[in-house]
Design a protein around this ligand. Structure first.
Ligand SMILES: Nc1ncnc2c1ncn2[C@@H]1O[C@H](COP(=O)(O)OP(=O)(O)OP(=O)(O)O)[C@@H](O)[C@H]1O
Length: 307
């Protein structure tokens, strides 16, 4: 398989109507996931939402119960070995051969893949401050994760599937990780990133898919989602005038309310200018406007999931 395999412009990952059951339990239902080539795509959802299960189907480790799954133009259920030569995978909990050194693990992984870029491995091990001479059993969780990340980024692959890859990394190494994700995308590689670090997702991902209880709840470009998210507007009004001003605000924000003269509003972006104008005209003091944070949008989905 080379870069020209598959139809031109075909998504790197194209999942339609995926269902995965374990006995009577349905872990994933009716999931669509489309990841464009050369993009960093966030895959989000609360614990147990079905992210790792979906990823295992993409890698050919689990067989889909129903649905259509295409990875790099192929079917992982039929062709996992061929597809996975072009895929780097990092799980959240990295298990390695305990008696090998980090360097020997890198040798073994490259041997299994049949392709290697040793210079890139050395550079990455340096960036991640990984001592490859140590045996795996002497590594911390973070260091085991670094071995997997060095192997993943250094391998000459087209797709990186990263399942909570930074859960053991300290903030400095997390920054090194982000730099390499950006470099991978700049080099035309595709990244599927499952993460609970919403700031990481917000910084790295151009698009996200959010799932809960195995079902898709939101998918799209982050720029569009930011546009949909609401800004927070607060202000202090003269208590006597507050009821009249709130009545006018309700024409724009139906659930606008306040205690005494304090107002605290969640305002869709398109209404921000009108609301600020109205408050200024009403002589409000201490007006603040905090732009939409994607984290609020993500957490809303998480909270709904927790109910
Ligand atoms: N092999 C299995 N057999 C039975 N149930 C499973 C199996 N693997 C996963 N599940 C169940 O499927 C659901 C989805 O699990 P999954 O690990 O895919 O979630 P996740 O989104 O990756 O969660 P987390 O963020 O906690 O890693 C969970 O309820 C889990 O218990």
């Amino acid at each position: 398989m080379n870069r020209n395999d598959g139809a031109e412009g075909e998504p790197a990952i194209d999942v339609r109507g995926l269902v995965k059951t374990f006995g009577a339990f349905t872990a994933v239902r009716d999931l669509d996931l489309r990841v464009e080539p050369g993009r960093v795509h966030g895959f989000l959802g609360p614990n147990g939402a079905g992210k790792s299960t979906t990823i295992r189907v993409l890698l050919g480790l689990y067989r889909a119960t129903a649905g259509r799954v295409r990875v790099l133009g192929g079917d992982p259920a039929a062709d996992a070995a061929r597809i996975n030569r072009h895929v780097s995978y990092v799980p959240g909990e990295v298990r390695l051969w305990p008696h090998l050194t980090g360097g020997q693990v890198l040798d073994a992984l490259a041997g299994l893949r049949g392709a290697r870029d040793a210079a890139a491995e050395r550079r990455l091990a340096g960036d991640f401050a990984l001592d490859v001479r140590k045996p795996v059993h002497a590594y911390s969780k973070g260091n085991r994760q670094k071995v997997a990340l060095v192997a993943a980024f250094a391998a000459p692959t087209r797709l990186l599937v990263l399942d909570e890859p930074t859960s053991g990394l300290d903030p400095l190494m997390e920054e090194v990780f982000r730099r390499h994700v950006r470099d991978a995308a700049a080099a035309g590689r595709t990244v599927l990133l499952s993460s609970h670090l919403l700031a990481e997702v917000e910084e790295l991902c151009e698009a996200v898919s959010i799932i809960k209880d195995g079902r898709p709840v939101e998918a799209g470009r982050l720029a569009d989602m930011r546009h949909l998210a609401a800004s927070r507007v607060t202000a202090r009004l003269d208590a006597g005038r507050a009821p009249a001003v709130l009545a006018r605000l309700r024409a724009l924000i139906p659930d606008a309310g306040g205690t005494g003269g304090d107002v605290n509003l969640s305002v869709p972006r398109r209404d921000v200018a009108a609301v600020l104008g109205l408050l200024a005209e009403a002589g409000a003091d201490d007006i603040t406007c905090t732009p939409a944070r994607l984290e609020d949008l993500f957490l809303r989905h998480y909270r709904v999931a927790a109910r």
